[in-house]
Write a protein that binds this ligand. Structure first.
Ligand SMILES: Cc1ncc(COP(=O)(O)O)c(C=O)c1O
Length: 477
């Protein structure tokens, strides 16, 4: 793929054209699934009418209306790997809230019981640290090989504060990120370059009238070290932010030497390197940072880290922590925004820190990940057999308990190719809604499947069965 093909905002060019599949016919199949959805969810439809009076689109956050469905279903309850909507429909949950619930919904175990005990007997928030916070810092240091830790309320919150810390210690204002990278809802990272030569702008509906995104954010293509060097050369970039590999627009894998190259360029130009592990914790108890031996200056995570309680973390190297600590100790206002804190007043509250401790102790273990991986092994094997049986040029890619389905044949090293592989424009939607109407839930934004320790062999077999049906229907067999 040539660089000039990277027009991310040209939706037509993102839709894959696959021999033997009629995209128009597939859109008809999607429309039929929408009708089926409406028949299955009359109570959600009725509640929506009431909900619209005081909630925009009838939901409390846009994430709940981003499913692309005619309307959201409302959840009655969730337990282990199962979720029920208010119409009584039961779903095997392979979305798991986009990873926060990978260790199960309200599992009957020491983590849930410990959180409940803190809730009933220990207090929720005190604006003073508990011993749990100290234990947490020791556990995080063990997991990720970074010595210093800061606790926030979400991964987005970590991104915002990691940028603040980097700016404070480097005295520089800019950030560098990769096209189609996502690091949460902070202004600096909701940016992209929609096509080559275009200015960097805020993405989609994140309008910031009068604010020039390019003034504080630079965007390079993933796997292009020349673009990275061009962005860093002026020595005005405080922080380079990246996932180990991109996961939010399909999987884009790093080329050989990529991470070493980033490390070397950041060292050369005095930019701090941040690895965002938020979405790749499914790889294992130390994420891809440990598995690949990455050596970031700053690290962030969130989502599943505290078993679904809202927590984000920031890890710092000795050098960054010393420089940041020196600023704080000398009372330099550039570090703290006057004498106010970094993050929100309710950060590191007692209940969230308890959940973080329990999750690191009991969830982030080889034994837990072995169960999650065993479930994913059987899905991966089954789905690949189905692909082969149908002679379809699709593929699965995986790290640990997370799998990405691509409707294209090659592993993606280019973000545009990864985006095309999602199959927006019919394939992705048909797969997602066909399964949803038959009791299997996936995230609606990209083709991700996540396994928890609580999925059963039957649950995994059901995914494979549905994949077989969907491929047969796509090729009209
Ligand atoms: C890589 C990455 N970083 C950060 C975030 C932000 O997480 P949160 O929405 O929990 O703040 C996300 C969310 O999907 C993510 O995928």
């Amino acid at each position: 793929m040539s660089t000039s093909d990277r027009n991310y905002d040209d939706f037509a060019s993102v839709i894959p054209v696959i021999e033997g599949i009629d995209n128009g016919r597939v859109l008809g199949l999607v429309a039929a699934e929408f009708e089926r959805y409406k028949e299955r969810t009359p109570k959600s439809a009725a509640l929506l009418e009431r909900a619209r009076k005081h909630l925009i689109n009838g939901v409390p956050t846009t994430w709940h209306s981003d499913w692309g469905l005619p309307y959201s279903f409302y959840v009655d309850r969730a337990k282990d790997a199962t979720l029920w909507d208010i119409d009584g429909n039961e779903y095997i949950d392979f979305n798991l809230a986009d990873t926060p619930a990978i260790f199960g919904h309200s599992p009957d175990n020491e983590v849930t019981r410990g959180i409940a005990d803190q809730l009933l007997n220990g207090g929720l928030t005190t604006m003073a640290p508990t011993e749990d916070a100290v234990v947490v810092s020791e556990l995080l240091a063990e997991h990720y090989a970074l010595p210093y830790w800061y606790i926030t309320l979400s991964a987005s919150d970590s991104a915002r504060n990691a940028i603040n810390i980097a700016r404070s210690v480097t005295g520089r204002s800019k950030i560098l990120m990769f096209n189609l990278g996502y690091h949460g809802t902070c202004d600096e990272t909701l940016c992209w370059r929609p096509r080559p030569g275009h200015d960097v702008v805020h993405r989609w509906s994140h309008l910031r009238p009068g604010i020039d995104a390019g003034a504080y954010t630079s965007v390079a293509e993933f796997n292009d070290l020349d673009q990275v060097e061009a962005a860093l050369r002026n020595e005005d970039v405080a922080i380079l932010m990246s996932e180990p590999h991109l996961t939010d627009g399909g999987f884009t894998y790093p080329i050989e030497g990529w991470h070493e190259g980033l490390r070397e360029l950041c060292d050369r130009y005095g930019t701090l390197l941040l690895i965002d592990e938020t979405h790749t914790q499914t790889a294992g108890p130390g994420g891809l940072t440990r598995e690949w031996g990455l050596e970031p200056d700053l690290f962030m995570s969130g989502k599943c880290i505290a078993a679904g309680m809202p927590v984000g973390v920031i890890g710092m190297s000795e050098d960054v922590a010393k420089r940041y600590g020196a600023l704080l100790n000398e009372g330099d206002p550039s570090a703290m925004g006057g004498c106010m804190g970094q993050g929100t007043t309710n950060s590191a509250n007692a209940i969230c820190v308890k959940a973080l401790r329990l999750s690191l102790e009991h969830n982030f273990t080889d034994a837990t990940y072995a169960k999650m991986n065993a479930n994913m092994n059987s899905i991966e094997r089954g789905m690949n057999e189905v692909i082969e049986k149908h002679g379809a040029g699709f593929r699965t890619d995986r790290f640990g308990a997370r799998m990405n389905i691509s409707f294209l044949p090659e592993r993606a090293y280019d973000a545009k190719y990864a985006l095309q592989g999602i199959g927006f424009g019919g394939l992705h939607e048909y797969w997602t809604y066909y399964c949803l109407n038959r009791g299997v839930l996936f995230i609606p934004f990209f083709n991700m499947i996540i396994t928890s320790p609580y999925h059963t062999p039957d649950n995994c077999e059901r995914v494979v069965q549905l994949w077989d049906e969907v491929i047969a229907n796509l090729f009209d067999r």
